[in-house]
Design a protein around this ligand. Structure first.
Ligand SMILES: [Zn+2]
Ligand SMILES: [Zn+2]
Length: 420
């Protein structure tokens, strides 16, 4: 595994970059973040934080109390993804992990959660050495964001009974904006996500005798195409939804008609009414498609995970944006709009009854945006950059880490009290 990099009070830019590369080389799947959690715990303890581990399985929280004042929770998620890294970087991951089905899979920090962890620990160092605040700081290393259950697991495991309830929940996600920019959208900012597994039942048999079978492959193919009509024909032009069939599985051999086919479908939306409408349409179309094909029994539809919408409290966003603008300049803090990505950070805020502020940290090489004019130019430049979850995703180390640390420190201090 290699010796982990542990930063301390004297660490600077070079040590943070080394920590980042170390985390990048050693990604871990959801709820398997043992090595990462231990680095977070050791670092926080070394910096003088009271540390609790094993909250919601692999979750960690560091607590620093400085008398009277607000309680501020800063969250970083820690998990990687089952993706085979293709960046070719000298610090690329070759790690393997075991997925929930028991298969060995490649693992990569393809979502940039290694940036989040490094920035959290950089901010931990800066805030521990900064006498200019009072109150309570809760630094959370969260497991299993990618499966939408880590935040819930930490809350359910009594996080707030153990460390107190925060007055605000803050966090950031690295994204394809140029490094140096921050995107903060007040209101619903990250979409609701629902994942469904659909099993279609046919009647298997010899590939040469389709007349004696009900072919679930054809049923699945037609269902995939039919589902594309939901957003196009059943969702209003002014509303937003995405329906993606990410997995389609059937069959074992060319001359066998299989007995079943499986689809995994992901739905994104911002509005509960739109969400219900899309989910109902998927169920209606799936049942009807099976019936139209003469399926021997109805399909099963299992809801596998749900991420709630992340709503950035407008007043809290304005207060935080002002602090960020103080560091990066007003032009660098933009409202880049809502994104269709999803996040479970809102679980911490909902459980606390506290406002949430979650922003996008620019992590793309600013050179890729040279010459980009206006919003349209920015969007075009962004299309050429591998996005989160891509096997080629590679945020630029600096100035991303410096900015991510500065953003967390500024945002936390905008909420903590002044020192006595
Ligand atoms: Zn992700
Ligand atoms: Zn992520």
């Amino acid at each position: 595994m290699g010796e982990p990099v542990i930063i301390d009070g004297a660490s600077g830019q070079e040590e943070f970059a080394a920590l980042y590369r170390d985390l990048h080389r050693h990604p871990e799947l959801s709820f398997a973040e043992e090595r990462t959690a231990s680095i977070v715990a050791r670092t926080l303890a070394g910096l003088g934080y009271e540390v609790l581990t094993g909250i919601g399985r692999t979750g960690v929280v560091g607590v620093l109390r400085r008398g009277e004042g607000p309680t501020v929770l800063v969250r970083a998620d820690m998990d990687g993804l089952p993706v085979e890294e293709a960046t070719g970087l000298p610090y690329a991951s070759t790690a393997r992990g075991t997925d929930p089905a028991g298969n060995e899979v490649p693992v990569m920090h393809a979502c940039g959660h290694d940036v989040h962890v490094t920035c959290l620990l950089g901010a931990a160092r800066a805030l521990a050495g900064d006498p200019g605040w009072s109150g309570t700081l809760l630094l959370v290393g969260q497991p299993a964001e990618e499966v939408g259950s880590g935040a819930k697991a930490m809350v359910a495991d009594g996080l707030y009974d153990r460390v107190g309830t925060p007055d605000v929940v803050l966090g950031q996600h690295v994204g394809p904006l140029p490094a140096g920019m921050i995107g903060l959208h007040p209101g619903p900012a990250f979409a609701t996500s629902d994942s469904l597994t659909i099993t279609l039942h046919g009647r298997g048999g010899h590939g040469s005798r389709p007349e004696s079978c009900v072919d679930p492959v054809v049923m699945a193919a037609s269902l995939v195409m039919r589902l594309q009509g939901i957003v196009a024909r059943e969702v209003a032009g002014a509303d937003t939804a995405v329906v993606t069939v990410g997995v389609l599985r059937a069959g074992t051999k060319v001359n066998i008609i299989p007995g079943t086919a499986e689809l995994q479908v992901n739905v994104r939306s911002y509005d509960e009414e739109v969400r219900q409408r899309v989910l109902a349409a998927i169920e209606r179309i799936t049942l009807a498609e099976a019936q139209a094909s003469g399926a021997p029994r109805p399909p099963e539809i299992v809801h596998t995970d749900t991420f709630p919408v992340v709503v950035n409290d407008p007043d809290a966003s304005a207060r935080t944006a002002a602090a960020l603008a103080g560091v990066f300049g007003p032009a660098a803090v933009v409202d880049a709009g809502a994104v269709t990505g999803s996040e479970d950070v809102g679980e911490f805020a909902t459980a606390a009854g506290a406002p949430c502020v979650y922003w996008i940290l620019g992590g793309a090489d600013p050179a890729a945006f040279a010459g980009a004019v206006g919003a349209a130019g920015m969007v075009r430049a962004m299309e050429g950059i591998p996005s989160n979850h891509s096997p080629l995703y590679a945020p630029v180390i600096e100035p991303t880490l410096d900015n991510g640390i500065a953003a967390l420190v500024a945002a936390a201090k905008a909420w903590l009290g002044a020192s006595a």
